[in-house]
Design a protein around this ligand. Structure first.
Ligand code: ZN
Length: 386
């Protein structure tokens, strides 16, 4: 069948469980499949979706990584002593403002947030999203979606990730009217809601899903007004796992007496600790400190890292990764001082982690993981390009 318009709609955090329980757009998008999440969180999933590469290949895992030699924040280190009291600088609104200033000073074009990364540690950290991943040549030597679409010669539209879902749907409708035939629509508002209401089918979630359904309907409507047929595929990156408990790994590591930056480095995401051992004593001390947490997390083996596509022989992501069991959040972490009701970034095989693909047409059997979306987009593009 000929398809005049091809749309890939990304809905952040639309998990398989949620889609199954709500029968989301079953009639309109009858072809659907559970998709294995890419290990990590959005900072990992987005570059994987936009390039088809795993973190081992594109180099993005957590937003921050311990890498003093590569830190783009070195010149900011001298400001750290001025930032007292720390409690003031840790307030949400202040950190948001500070993030904007740091982003500008460093010349980043990608998504940037300090979260709760302590300012005094910044000079020892590298940040993975310095560039806008959606922009032309945004992925340092790897062809991204923009590059591939541009090379195809097909008129295309990619959403602006800086703006909200409503405006992105409106921009997509406009793009169709202007004759664009390949669209990648990015939406992220469901993710924020699910972090708040992950457990029950809260009214806010139902309302948001109904709203997405209406917006999707409107895309069909516009295509039909333009007398064009539409093939639409919804893709997601992960689901959302309700909070079961918290674990304070940071205090346990700090109680060893090891000195951060001299003996070890660490990045505390909400669901994993990435540790770098700088002295021979650091590794056994940190492993011993985390022994009491082994019922709520584990150190990844090399086999697991390879299986998840995050193994690097240069240990870019740290010497060892401690992954929390589904539902257990690291609090405090570099991401937050308090837990959220829901979180993602646990083991990809966990039921609540699973992502989803749904389409108006049959999905090729090889599309099983988040990293496979890019191949599908390229395939659909090739079908349409003479
Ligand atoms: Zn999220």
């Amino acid at each position: 069948m000929k398809n005049d318009i091809e749309i890939f709609l990304f809905i952040d955090a639309l998990g398989w469980e949620l889609v199954e329980r709500t029968h989301f757009m079953e009639k309109e998008l009858p072809y659907r499949r559970k998709i294995e999440m890419q290990f990590g969180y959005s900072s990992t999933a987005i570059p994987t979706i936009l390039s088809g590469r795993t973190p081992a290949e594109h180099g993005h895992l957590g937003l921050f990584r311990f890498a003093p030699a590569d830190s783009p924040f070195k010149s900011l280190a001298k400001l750290a002593p001025l930032m007292k009291p720390e409690s003031l600088w840790n307030r949400g609104r202040v950190r948001n403002l500070l993030s904007k200033v740091v982003k500008r000073l460093c010349g980043f074009t990608g998504y940037f947030q300090l979260y709760q990364m302590p300012f005094k540690k910044l000079a020892l950290m590298d940040y993975c999203e310095k560039h806008d991943l959606f922009a032309p040549r945004g992925m340092e030597g790897i062809a991204n979606l923009y590059d591939v679409l541009e090379a195809s010669g097909r008129p295309f539209h990619i959403s602006d990730w800086h703006i909200g879902d409503r405006r992105n749907f409106a921009a997509a409708r406009q793009a169709i009217r202007e004759g664009k035939t390949f669209l990648f629509i990015y939406t992220a508002e469901l993710d924020a809601l699910l972090h708040q209401y992950p457990v029950l089918l809260h009214d806010a979630i139902r309302e948001k899903l109904d709203w997405y359904a209406q917006e999707i309907e409107s895309l069909f409507q516009v295509c039909s007004e333009c007398d064009k047929s539409l093939r639409l595929t919804v893709i997601s990156d992960h689901g959302m796992t309700p909070l079961t408990r918290t674990a304070d790994l940071k205090s346990a590591v700090e109680k060893t007496g090891l000195v951060f930056g001299r003996d070890y480095g660490a990045c505390y995401d909400s669901t994993m600790l990435r540790a770098t051992f700088l002295t021979p004593a650091a590794e056994p001390a940190i492993r011993a400190a985390l022994k009491p947490f082994e019922e709520c997390g584990h150190w990844l083996t090399e086999e697991e890292e390879k299986h998840y596509g995050i193994y690097r022989s240069d240990r870019r992501f740290g010497d060892a990764i401690f992954l929390m069991a589904p539902g257990v959040q690291i609090v405090p972490s570099d991401m937050g001082l308090r837990p959220l009701n829901g979180m993602h970034g646990f083991a990809p095989e966990d039921r609540d982690s699973q992502a989803v693909i749904m389409s108006t047409e049959e999905i090729p059997p090889e599309v099983r993981r988040v990293a496979d979306y890019f191949g599908l987009m390229k395939q659909r593009l090739a079908e349409a390009t003479p």
